[in-house]
Write a protein that binds this ligand. Sequence first.
Ligand code: ADP
Ligand code: ASP
Ligand code: MG
Length: 412
Amino acid sequence: MPRLVMKFGGTSVANLDRIKRVAKRIGVEVARGYEVIVIVSAMSGKTNELVGWVQETSPLFDAREFDAIVSSGENVTAGLMALTLQEMDIPARSWQGWQVPVQTTSAHSSARIEAIPTDNLDAKFAEGMKVAVVAGFQGVSDEGRITTLGRGGSDTTAVAFAAAFDAERCDIYTDVDGVYTTDPRITDKARKLDRIAFEEMLELASLGAKVLQTRSVELAMRYKVKLRVLSSFDEQTDTSGTLVCDEEDIMESNVVAGVAYSRDEAKMTLLAVADRPGIAAAIFGPLSEAGVNVDMIIQNISEEGRTDMTFSLPTDQVLRATEAVDALKTSGNVNFEKLETDAEVAKVSVVGIGMRSHAGVASKMFAALSAEGVNIKVISTSEIKISVLVDRKYMELAVQALHDAFELEKEG
Ligand code: ADP
Ligand code: ASP
Ligand code: MG
């Protein structure tokens, strides 16, 4: 029988009524003859609540217990979904990650899926089970401890199951009806895309568009999973939503496909660093060891053997980074005058594979921001994206200005 993976995010399973509604949608696919693997998130708000409880109990928490606690929201939804389906006379059962088992690395709270053996689910499908409801976001490490895949990780669970079970498609049901040119919450001019290329989706996701977890897009690209994003609230047709697909399968597109943003960024500058060979390694090595994820880096030209070194990082890592930088100074390994921190910045990026062959995207971007009086603090570019750091209070304005400048409300 053909297999289908259907994933439902937090808002789609936020209460018992929504679970019922979604169960009906699953019933439609079962009636069409599919064996369905359903991946569920925790009810909306639940994961945040669990994270809060951990932090309140133990600020420097044990990462293994963090995962044991934070993964539990998905267990509740999986069980409730299986029960709801059974009430509709659809043979279903729930599976927690370890029961499948979803084997992961032991990098707690950012674990990667290594393997999903299919035997256990296959045996149950062979016995007549129609729906396997699997708790998303979680797995088990070699040490037998519960792991989680990072925020938004249920998307990755879904794509990994679609690959492992050779599903016809992986449908990601969420609270918007597809992937838009930018977050529809920021501008109502955002336009839904019928199709988006894997590479563009990958960039948008990694630059902050949380509609899909970055790793899920990577997996879909690698294992050629047919990935669709659609709304769990609307009636669906075969062409609903957005298909994430190969570049070759898209007929026409804009030079810029979309605008992404990441709100919680910070910028740190080491002023007047003694400029000598090995200085970057001496700074960024210890930062990385302290678990700081440095994103953009700029080093100014040197004057009299001194330079300024600026880097960006997630806001919640500022404390850790400050401690690491202070330790550098105390140890005498890095000589600098002062550390300046700006924890009120955001990153705004434009993404499009058309940039490979079109010049002028950067200048248009900078002109649009300048016309709105938005100051650019740091710039970084790659083949298909340009990112800038701006004051967080201008983030929405910047996204809207760029969406207008590249005329993303119009089809390319
Ligand atoms: P779920 O709980 O279903 O996993 P998420 O909240 O993780 O849902 O992701 C969906 C949200 O992603 C949307 O509500 C929307 O605000 C946000 N989003 C950000 N960028 C985009 C985009 N380009 N297209 C669609 N949604 C986006
Ligand atoms: N519940 C987890 C989160 O909120 C995983 C997910 O929903 O994808 O991040
Ligand atoms: Mg999500």
